[in-house]
Design a protein around this ligand. Structure first.
Ligand code: AMP
Length: 215
């Protein structure tokens, strides 16, 4: 099964993606996580993208497509994958379609995470992420049991460089301009399911319900 989670930053895609991964036994492919790992490693890719990400812009499409191409050909993707944060503009959509055509694969569903913009700023500025396993926490409604420590793996929590207020505004602008047109596109393709993402538990259950209806 091949799924796309689409929606604004802070909409809870990452959290739901991890739960779906455990449930469906297919990997999450998060371009944001892959890029942040490259920045931590200070490798060529990381150096190239660090500034763009800090400002909340989009990394060039050819870089993203290289990452995706290589990742979906790996063995653990043979039964499918969950995209979190990809595609993010129409060019990436078209490239994904070409790539899937070559591989004789297709996307089953695109889940759009609907959440009021007013909610997003609150969520992002309170978000903390585990350095080791990239689990997300929210200091107000989903805090870790022990300060600055991941409940799951004991890793250290940090605030993403792009979760600062100024960058958040830019990310939302970029999302509105470049990513929201994908909603209409996938609706026309009859792949879109709109999910109420106010609570991540409800979003997860709503997706499961849709998937159960598949069989
Ligand atoms: P995310 O973790 O999905 O919020 O992504 C964090 C940042 O990584 C974004 O603000 C972009 O700078 C970059 N990024 C992640 N995925 C993509 C993508 N598909 N296309 C372009 N840039 C991306």
């Amino acid at each position: 099964m091949r799924l796309i989670l689409l929606g604004p930053p802070g909409g809870g895609k990452g959290t739901v993606a991890k739960r779906l991964q455990a449930e469906l036994n297919i990997p999450v492919i998060s371009t944001g996580v892959i890029l942040r790992e490259a920045i931590d490693k200070k490798n060529k890719l990381g150096i190239e993208v660090e500034n763009i990400m800090r400002k909340g812009g989009l990394v060039p499409d050819h870089i993203i497509l290289e990452i995706i191409k290589e990742r979906i050909k790996q063995e653990d993707c043979k039964n499918g994958y969950i995209f979190d944060g990809f595609p993010r503009n129409i060019k990436q959509v078209n490239s994904l379609e070409e790539l899937n055509k070559e591989l004789n694969k297709y996307i089953d569903y695109v889940f759009y995470f609907e959440i009021p913009f007013s909610e997003i700023i609150q969520r992002l500025s309170n978000r903390r992420v585990c350095k080791k396993c990239s689990t997300n926490y929210n200091l107000s409604f989903n805090p870790p049991k022990k300060d600055n420590t991941c409940d799951l793996c004991g890793g250290e929590l940090y605030q993403r460089a792009d979760d600062k207020e100024e960058t958040i505004k830019n990310r939302l602008k970029v999302f509105a301009k470049q990513t929201t047109p994908l909603k209409k596109y996938y609706k026309e393709k009859k792949l879109l399911k709109v999910i109420d993402a106010n609570l991540s538990e409800n979003a997860f259950l709503a997706i499961k319900k849709v998937l159960r209806g598949m069989h």
